[in-house]
Design a protein around this ligand. Structure first.
Ligand code: GLU
Length: 493
């Protein structure tokens, strides 16, 4: 059997964590089995459709490296790949079921159905369709069909069970009596999801349906539709849902945002994809860090957990930080360029970007943070950390020390780490202070901050001219009546 799986989003929003993970699992399953991964756009519900959503979703998947083999844009032998273009097929199938008596028209108005539902609920009964139109004579039904708005319902056996043989959860049994004669065609002649999905999966020769387990309750209906159509349905695998750390429904509040927003926050796609694959799946080797290509070989549905996966924003950021440290400098440069431009930093003058990245990437968790970490290399500090100023600039002797340091630095022949260490040691001794008494004010003068990369490393990257210029600017400010500018309080900038 050829493995053919699909990701079938409705274009009603952006690509989110849950959808991206579903797409990813389908992709990995297809690649693992040498099968095909198909993208189908389920766009028949025009009311829920959002302009631009399809394009955004496709772009989101592409950015993550999840490329489909067949789909609306790339075509394939089983098209069309947009559900709205398959409506004629849905209608033909519905007519067949009607002709065979497996489906019937229902003329109940929404008001009638609503009243019926309320009555059942008031008696504490589950709201099911009464089956009122089930027994209309064929002649009567045909007559009304010509003149009255109607839906089509599937005739569901009211006894027995429908079993979902789920590849992740095992057998899940549903009582048919619990399923009423559900609607398969709307009054406007378009198919309801549970009908269209079966026809499209069959039409695209889908072998496995891998999707979120919020769809599990739909699956018995889809199996009944397949039975009525006389087609063998696909195998099912329902992936456990993704919850927030407090086991509530995952939302923006927990940091879960669209794939596009993760990109804007400076999460690398390779880190996001790695994080997503661990949401419900684990590598038998225990490895946590994997590229998309590396996950293909070990990926298997039997390693998908049965319980909900927990989304952890901190872990995602931690993982991203690991990626920022380990990707090649050229990859990092490519990823960070747009962020640098957005931050208004001009890297044309000053240290080479690779050197700047190498120096600052150790401490960043996102590209946005990384840009802020390297900003000082291209822009002299405009403000100085207030606590740092209190601690390191208040001493009257500091200006003089920094001035003499600038002179020593100017005179030094070499500009490397070890040379700087020696120079600081020598000067500290001459000044009768500890090396730290030189290091702290220097860091503050050069970067505006009290923390950051190692001082000597950063001075090497910053260069001699820029380092001494900045020291002298601070000396000047310390001696002026206004003093140095402190870091403004958040929000007052
Ligand atoms: N269009 C459906 C959704 O976005 C697809 C569900 C399925 O995979 O069958 O939820």
């Amino acid at each position: 059997m050829t493995v053919r799986v699909r990701y079938a989003p409705s274009p009603s929003g952006t690509l989110h964590v849950g959808g991206a993970r579903t797409a990813l699992f389908n992709y990995l399953f297809a690649r693992h089995h040498g099968g095909r991964f198909i993208l189908r756009i389920e766009d028949t519900d025009k009311a829920r459709q959002v302009e631009g959503s399809e394009v955004q979703m496709m772009q989101g998947l592409k950015n993550l490296g999840i490329q489909w083999d067949e789909g609306p844009d790339v075509g394939g032998d089983f098209g069309p790949y947009r559900q709205s273009e398959r409506i004629a097929g849905h209608r033909a199938a519905a007519r067949d079921l009607l002709a065979q008596g497996k489906a019937y028209p229902c003329f109940c108005t929404p008001e009638e159905l609503d009243a019926e539902r309320k009555l059942l609920q008031s008696r504490g009964l589950p709201p099911r369709y009464s089956g009122r139109c089930r027994t209309l004579s064929t002649a009567q039904a045909a007559d009304w069909m010509a003149s009255k708005p109607h839906v089509l319902r599937l005739r569901v056996p009211n006894q027995g069970t429908t079993v979902v043989h789920d590849l992740i959860r095992g057998d899940v049994v549903f009582e048919n009596a619990q399923l009423d004669d559900f609607v398969i065609m709307k009054p406007d002649g378009t198919a309801i999801y549970n009908f269209a999905v079966v026809l499209d999966d069959a039409g695209m020769a889908i072998s496995h349906v891998i999707r979120g387990d919020e769809h599990l309750s739909n699956t018995p209906k889809q199996i009944l539709v397949a039975e009525a159509l006389g087609i063998g349905g696909p195998q099912f695998a329902h992936v456990p849902m993704i919850l927030a750390p407090d086991h509530t429904k995952l939302s923006k509040r927990h940091g879960a945002i669209s794939v596009e927003e993760y990109r804007q926050q400076g999460i690398l796609p390779e880190a996001l994809v790695n994080y997503l694959m661990l949401l419900g799946w684990s590598n038998p080797s225990g490895a946590e860090f994997m590229t998309l290509a590396e996950a293909v070989e070990p990926f298997d549905l039997n390693r998908v957990q049965h319980t909900a996966a927990i989304y952890d924003q901190k872990k995602l950021e931690w993982m991203n930080g690991q990626y920022l440290r380990s990707v090649s400098l050229s990859r990092l440069e490519e990823a960070i360029r747009p962020f640098i431009a957005q931050a208004g930093i001009d890297c044309a003058h000053g240290p080479k970007l690779h050197a700047a990245l190498e120096l600052t990437r150790e401490r960043a968790r996102t590209l946005v943070e990384l840009v802020e970490n390297l900003r000082f290399l291209y822009q002299p500090p405009q403000h100085f950390d207030a606590k740092g100023v209190d601690r390191h600039f208040r001493d009257d002797a500091v200006a003089g020390r920094l001035e003499r340091l600038a002179a020593e630095l100017d005179a030094s022949i070499s500009w490397d780490h070890d040379g700087l260490v020696l120079l600081f040691d020598r000067l500290a001794q001459a000044e009768g202070v500890k090396r730290a008494a030189l290091i702290h004010p220097t860091r503050l003068a050069l970067t505006g901050k009290t923390v950051g990369p190692g001082l000597f490393e950063l001075m090497v990257v910053l260069g001699k001219q820029e380092s001494t210029d900045r020291l002298r600017a601070v000396v000047y400010a310390l001696r002026s009546p206004q003093g140095v500018a402190l870091t403004p309080l958040p929000g007052s900038a």
